[in-house]
Structure formats: structure tokens, C-alpha cells
Design a protein around this ligand. Sequence first.
Ligand code: NAD
Length: 411
Amino acid sequence: MAASSSLQLNVRALRPLSETYRFLSTRSFRPSVVRCSAAAASSPSKRSYSITLLPGDGIGPEVTAIAKNVLVLAGSLEGIKFDFREMLLGGAALDETGVPLPDETLAVAKQSDAILLGAIGGYKWDKFEKHLKPETGLLQIREGLKVFANLRPAIVFPQLVDASALKREIVEGVDLMVVRELTGGIYFGKPRGFGSDENGEETGFNTEIYAAYEVDRIARFAFEIARKRRGKLCSVDKANVLEASMFWRKRVQTMALEYPDVELSHMYVDNASMQLVRYPKQFDTILTNNIFGDILSDEASMITGSIGMLPSASLGDSGPGLFEPIHGSAPDIAGQDKANPCATVLSAAMLLKYGLGEDDAAERIENAVLDTLNRGFRTADIHSDGTKLVGCKQMGEEIMKSVESQVPAAV
Ligand SMILES: NC(=O)c1ccc[n+]([C@@H]2O[C@H](COP(=O)([O-])OP(=O)(O)OC[C@H]3O[C@@H](n4cnc5c(N)ncnc54)[C@H](O)[C@@H]3O)[C@@H](O)[C@H]2O)c1
């Protein structure tokens, strides 16, 4: 009885997260904006999914192993089966095949219902030529899957308020979403490369470029998300200096005419980076380009306490979604059982919700992570006095216990 009443308490305490994630529900999303996997959409009774697992490098294999187990358990409790195929990406692929994204990996990923990625990269490959870097494989798979919209929620878990580097009163209640354009802008723009200027001075250069359709589709995506959240969208750019940003702002303003219910504001990126640490609660949904989103979402992660807590989803108009923690391969702690698996486990929850439309199983996982935190378990990155310090594996085991101990969502 004592156990069940504490579970009740936990479940109640968990509600805010489910509320926070309500906009993720594929049930309420326009299909043209956020896809549900073809498998899930065409046959609601289909409860078996193919998942491509890309553990990658460093702590990637440690955290994906846990997320896979959690997926299997949560799925089995909700009547869902998974067929996993583990493929190579990043440094692991370079070592085996000589390229960071083997053709077979992309082919298998494209045919699956969803992809769960750990992280790529490491010191070993740092000096490789650009086309042979693990990071190139990551950019290639995002491009190959045409996942142009990267969603990065930054939520301050009530249990982790004190793990933030910022003061309690600044971070308590932060719940924002960064919508980052993922397959365009300066990371992909041409021309790019190395050369020399008119004085013979060596140069390195990249191109920040966006076509109208690229801005429009990510803007529409962000407006839809803002509409499902608190109805506020802040578009971040550098329109006081960059033509690409002026164009971005113009397209976003035009798109806003279709969303009179969403309050649109604009902010320069330098101010946004300052406002994020000064008063993060002012933000609901942030829309931004590839490079600004990369930087701001890492900054936002530190508001929440640890990069080890934050998941992400990358989605396109069709085809499978790519789900991954926002952190990298953390070579400094790889192989030491120190990694926080929560970001990858929560990415698995996003996979269920966004990729497969399996909201109940997703909520089971989200609630299990909160329940584990409520029970006081912490990996080193979020540990504080009075909580129980555990390694990556034990954190995973505790999450599994929480998954199992929940009352089925349908009851
Ligand atoms: N999506 C990706 O796969 C991705 C993203 C960023 C960086 N990288 C690559 O990862 C490598 C390391 O990059 P970095 O050090 O800049 O970023 P990182 O995210 O790997 O690590 C930054 C810091 O956060 C810590 N950290 C990260 N994830 C953690 C977790 N789950 N639990 C506990 N602590 C965690 C690390 O120990 C490190 O101190 C580089 O090769 C980089 O290119 C990959």
C-alpha cells in the first residue's frame, strides 16, 4: 500500500512533464507538419516497428543500450514490438568501413520506422580530413533523411533546479522549445572551402544561405508548435547585419499572417543568448537557423542543469524521424559508466511520440525518468547533496524499475 501511494504521488508530480510534452502529441498535429511514421499512420493496429539503432562513439553505445532496453520494456507493456537493426555511424563506421556514413546505414535507416542515435566523434578522429570526420557522417545522415526540423525542448525538471548553474528563481519553471533548422544554412551552403584573397592571404569561407521554401517549412513547423504550446514564437536571427537573416525575418513575418493566434516576436541572436541566461522564462518557442540553433540549444541545456538530460527529435515532411540526445560522445567520460542516459531515454520517448504515434508508451518512459529522479537517483552530472550517486548502468536499471512499476496508461 505504501508503495502504491508513493506511486500515486509520483504520478501526480509527473503530470507537469506530460503537460509540457503535450505539443508533441502526433494525435493533435497536422500530418503535413509533423509526420507519424508511414507504418503507424497507415495501420493503427500495427504494433510492430523497425528501429535503426546508431550507437556511434564514446558514450553513445552506453546510453543507447539503456534506451533500447527501456524501449523494449515500455513497448512490451503497451503491446508494441520492435525489430532493431544496429548500424555503423561516425568514428565506429570510419574504423570498420573507411567512411563516416556507409551507404548501407543510410539505406537501412531510410527503410525503418524511426532511428535512434547515440552520439558520434572523439579525439581519435579529430585530425582526419573533413570528409572523413565522424561529424560529417552525422550531417550526411540528417541530410540523407531530409530531417529539416530539429526540436530541442529545454525543461527544468523540478527535481533538478539546484543542478542548474543559474539561480533557482531564474530557472524554476523554465519550459521552452528550440526549433532549429537542420539541413540548410551555413553548415551546408556553397561555396565553402579554403582559398586566398586578393592579397594572397589564406582564407577559409562558408556560405549562409536559405531558400524561401526552407524558411517557410521550418517557420510553419515552429508556428504549429507554438500554437500547441503557449502561443508565443520568438524568431532569432541577425537581421541587423546578415542578408540571409533579413530574408529569414521577411519570410517568417509573411508566414505569421496565417497564424494570428500566435504572438510573434523577433530577437537578434546576441541578445537572445543574453536573455536566455537573464530571464529564460520569457521564452516559449524559439525558431532559429541551423548555426544559431546549434549554439542556443546548448546554452539552453545548461539552464536545465545538464546536457545529459535533453533529448531531441529531427523530423522531415516524410520518412522516418531521427531521435538523439543533444549531447556529444563525451570522450572524457566514455567507458567509465559515468554518462547520464536520461537524454537518450527521453529521445526514445520522443521517438515513440513523434515517430510512431505511440503516446502512451512515450508517457510511460517520460514518467519513469521523473519517477527515478523523484526516488533520488542521480548520475554525476546532476548529483547534489542528499541524492544517490549512481553510474550509467544503474540509472538505467532504476528507470526500468520505474517503467515497470507504473499503472498502465489505459487503466
Ligand atoms: N550529435 C552528436 O553526436 C554530437 C554533438 C556534439 C558533439 N559531438 C562530438 O562529441 C565529441 C565531444 O564534444 P564536446 O566535448 O564538445 O561535447 P559533449 O556533449 O560530448 O561533452 C560536453 C561535456 O558534457 C559532458 N556530457 C555530455 N554528455 C553527457 C552525459 N550524457 N552525461 C554526463 N555528462 C555528459 C561531457 O563529459 C563533457 O564534459 C566531439 O567529437 C564532437 O564533435 C557529437
